[in-house]
Design a protein around this ligand. Structure first.
Ligand code: GAP
Length: 482
């Protein structure tokens, strides 16, 4: 069966459940605070997961910051001056409409409750832009029941802010309210002047930032798709609207995002689509916003947003801070506030997509067909038998040597078949076995020729070949970073 057909069938037979279970059993993602009974919408990234997430981040940084002459990087604070969030509009505007079930106290987003209700009826309905009163009316008209307890007894819809509040200051009377950042983007805007003054950037140029953001999400989050804290990878690309055609620039960014997802992350193009925001959904300051969506098992959902935010943010921060954030053209001397196009994505969402897209079942085999560059471990090293010291010693030597070049795994438990099975589920592209031929103790016609070679088994084809130990690193390098 072709991978595409297999994936289609899988989405009908619980692909999400399979990924959640694999993620836990193989050390990718654990439920948050599990020993205390869990904490909704939070997760821990295990030994394999932290490597995969880091590889996705590194790939993003390499492609969008390091290898571009028109980009620089930034790492701003999680706790910024609270006026930042007043200026950006988050204090007033980062709100969701919520209802609470009076019977079981489940809280949920009113829009999600209504949209899911219609989806179950086979209807596609969007309530974007509706007031609390209008949302209330839909819930009452449709008599939508609580998804947790089945009762129909909701509180009226009310708005709540998604920003997490905390306090700076150790004595209560001296404490002042601050927020954990709701997006990394604002850190870029408030550092704009310092970036200009400390580097040689000229428009058009972008600033990229990777880091944690926090939102008080109440809807059950579909694994790591929607969580309380998440890693954002955001770019603010500044330009002169009189010198640069924004429509052309916007299309270039769409192309770059698409290439990254299909090329660098190896995701199937037919699982992706663009969706443009309508007038009701789009922020008032944005001239165009589109989402790159992936077909998750729970439907096409936003993966990566692309917004033309005009000069709104810089103007707001000029107004609230009193600092001049304009740019002076070095050739013409013209002074103006640059406009900005913003590609913004969540790394955790990218990781969920990568795992779902790579999940493959072929006969009895389950494997994650991850691009080798992203795989948590590039190779696993096995001694054929764990109770033969000469095999273990030789394999340990190879492991120590390869470890200097790649993240590699060691396994000497159970039989070779079980070790392959485990590494396939982790997505390790190559498994290396040290056997008696390696030691020069093999039997058969090839024994002499095979001395100081190992078997290398390919994850995707299951084929094995013998490679000389002194050529292993070069062989793997060629396959992984081709
Ligand atoms: N600066 C613009 C901004 O933050 P957004 O659409 O709210 O825009 C950008 O977020 C991206 O961040 C989303 O496309 C998504 O990938 C990710 N994201 C947002 N909220 C998230 C959450 N609660 N959990 C995981 N990822 C999230």
């Amino acid at each position: 069966m072709k991978k595409r057909e297999a994936a289609k069938n899988l989405s009908e037979s619980g692909l999400m459940e399979k990924i959640v279970s694999l993620a836990k059993r193989r050390g990718f993602v654990f439920p948050g605070s599990e020993i205390y009974g869990g904490l909704a919408n939070s997760y821990e990234y295990g030994p394999a997961g932290v490597e995969l997430k880091k590889n996705i981040q590194d790939e993003w940084w390499r492609v969008f910051v390091r290898e571009r002459a028109d980009m620089v990087g930034l790492d701003s604070s999680i706790i910024l001056h609270p006026k930042t969030w007043e200026a950006s509009g988050h204090v007033a505007g980062l709100v969701d409409a919520m209802v609470e079930c009076r019977a079981c106290h489940t809280r949920t987003r009113a829009d999600h409750l209504i949209e899911n209700h219609f989806e179950m009826k086979g209807e596609k309905v969007s309530v974007e832009g509706k007031s609390e009163k209008e949302l209330d009316e839909v819930i009452q008209q449709e008599k939508i029941k609580c998804p947790s307890c089945g009762k129909f007894d909701w509180t009226p819809v009310r708005k709540f802010n998604l920003l997490f509040e905390t306090h700076v200051g150790i004595v209560p009377e001296a404490q002042s309210k601050v927020y954990l950042r709701g997006e990394t983007a604002q850190g870029i805007f408030i550092s704009f002047k310092n970036v200009l003054d400390s580097t040689r950037v000229r428009l058009p140029f972008g600033v990229g930032q990777l880091g944690k953001s926090f939102r008080n999400e109440i809807t059950k989050g579909n694994f790591i798709f929607r969580t309380l804290e998440f890693e954002q990878a955001e770019i603010e690309y500044f330009f002169d609207p009189e010198a640069t055609d924004w429509k052309k620039l916007y299309e270039q960014w769409k192309g770059d995002m698409w290439t990254f997802v299909t090329g660098n992350l190896g995701v199937r193009a037919d699982m992706l689509r663009w969706r443009e925001h309508g007038d009701e959904e789009r922020s008032f300051y944005s001239k165009r916003t589109e989402d790159l969506e992936y077909k998750f098992p729970f439907g096409f959902k936003e993966l990566w947003g692309l917004a033309y935010r005009t000069d709104y943010d810089l103007n707001q921060h000029m107004k609230y801070s009193g600092t001049d954030l304009s740019y002076t053209d070095p050739v013409t001397g013209r002074k103006f506030v640059p406009h900005v196009i913003e590609p913004a994505v969540g790394v955790n969402r990218l990781m969920a997509m990568v795992m779902l897209d790579a999940y493959t079942e072929e006969g009895d085999r389950i494997f994650l067909k991850l691009p080798p560059r992203l795989a948590p471990y590039k190779a696993a090293i096995f001694p054929l038998l764990a109770n033969k010291p000469a095999l273990v010693e030789k394999a340990r030597g190879i492991y120590a040597d390869l470890q200097k070049h790649f993240p590699v795994a060691w396994d000497d438990r159970g039989n070779i078949g079980k070790r392959y099975y485990a590494q396939d589920e982790i997505g390790t592209p190559f498994c290396i076995t040290v056997d008696f031929d390696t030691l020069g103790e093999g039997e058969g016609e090839n024994a002499a020729k095979n001395k100081d070679t190992v078997t290398v088994r390919d994850r995707d084809t299951g084929m094995q070949e013998r490679i000389a130990i002194d050529k292993l690193s070069e062989f793997l390098h060629g396959k992984i970073y081709r």
